[in-house]
Design a protein around this ligand. Structure first.
Ligand code: EPU
Length: 338
């Protein structure tokens, strides 16, 4: 099924609630629709991009071109040896519906990623993560349409070049492929991961580490810190947690002994908490026109009502400048700026 719309408002299709328009929006339900769509020169020859849940995008102007939106949302077990199951979820499935589905079926691996906005197809792009787990930990492979060769390809997770909020889909394959489904490997044996922050305490209060309790705890923690996009426009963490050298961290710790520091993937480097740095610059709960910083998590920028993408970007620029001036650390956006 293909549905096409012209000159569409994107306000309801991005969680920051920015009012911009798009020249053409094409919804498709099936991977088999894509060759037909890409046969059209006005689509293949023009600017095109894929829109998932719009939960990690800042629109700074109208989109002149075609936005492709997968809407197929089937979730199926495609292999099961009693210990591990392989699950195929179509790109248009809502991520949290997928997580709920796995929890209901006693499949372990996705529960810490409960309540993250967005779609399954977007999850591998930025390798979504929370509470000590990243999508890459459970992604078996990614199914996609290659717009250059016109063929379907299934790329194993090990070849997706996953990093912290990063993947091959943000780099080499950007603007070339349309993700149509993701395969996940999930386990039947309990493997709770409760080491991040106050998750263990929450889960114990609920009566122990069952899948349902972990999901309930993660949802409660997220709700207590992060604004609901349906109530306040936001795109989750606006910036990435910056990676800096161990020597830089030592210098900063001498001045700020309570600064949170996390391990980084590469030796000799550490990750800092961008939310803490922004908070220490006094930005938490402050605003600049119609763009604001969330009162309970300084890493989240919010649309206070009618903000433009430019206003959000100006606020982000001022925050980054203050963090640079105070700590000498560069902040990089986590959201995609379009
Ligand atoms: N902090 C402050 N002030 C703030 C915010 C945070 O002092 O306003 C401190 C906290 O007290 C804590 C540290 O900074 O010591 C880290 O905060 P938190 O545990 O809330 O996590 P985060 O590093 O700010 C990351 C992810 C979130 C994810 C959480 C939990 C990134 C960019 N963000 O946030 O992901 O939910 O960890 O795992 O990595 C997202 O990507 O959109 C997102 C929400």
């Amino acid at each position: 099924m293909i549905n096409e719309y012209k000159d569409v408002s994107l306000r309801a299709l991005n969680t920051l609630g920015i009012e911009v328009r798009c020249e053409r929006l094409v919804e498709f339900s099936d991977a088999g629709d894509l060759p037909k769509i890409f046969m059209r020169p006005e689509i293949a020859g023009g600017r095109w991009a894929v829109l998932g849940g719009g939960s990690n995008i800042l629109f700074t102007g109208d989109f002149c071109g075609t936005l492709l939106r997968p809407v197929g949302h089937a979730i199926d077990i495609v292999a099961d040896d009693g210990t591990e199951a392989t699950v195929r979820a179509e790109a248009g499935a809502v991520w949290d519906d997928f997580v709920a589905w796995t929890v209901e079926r006693g499949l372990w691996g996705a529960e810490n990623l409960s309540h993250i906005p967005g779609t399954v197809g977007a999850a591998p792009v930025q390798n979504i993560g929370a509470y000590g787990v990243e999508a890459k930990d459970i992604i078996h492979s990614v199914e996609m349409y290659d717009a250059v060769t016109g063929k379907m390809v299934t790329l194993p997770g090990g070849h997706c070049d996953f990093g912290y909020r990063d993947s091959v889909f943000k780099r080499l394959l950007k603007g070339r492929v349309v993700i149509t489904a993701v395969f996940f490997t999930l386990g039947r044996a309990a493997r709770p991961q409760l080491d991040y922050g106050d998750l263990r305490a929450y889960v114990e209060e609920l009566g122990g580490a069952t899948l349902a309790n972990i999901r309930t705890a993660v949802v409660a923690i997220r709700r207590s810190k992060l604004p609901e996009p349906s109530e306040t426009g936001n795109a989750g963490s606006f910036f990435k947690n910056p990676t800096v050298s161990a020597a830089t961290v030592e210098g900063l710790l001498a001045a700020y002994p309570d600064m949170p520091v996390y391990p980084a993937a590469d030796d000799g480097f550490r990750k800092l908490a961008a939310g803490w740095l922004i908070d220490r610059c006094g930005w938490k709960g402050r605003s600049l026109g119609r763009a604001g910083v969330h009162a309970r998590q300084a890493l989240v920028l919010v649309n206070l009502g009618g903000a433009t993408g430019g206003e959000i970007l100006t606020l982000a620029g001022q925050i980054a400048a203050d963090v640079r001036a105070k700590f000498g650390v560069e902040l990089e956006p986590e959201v995609n700026v379009w």
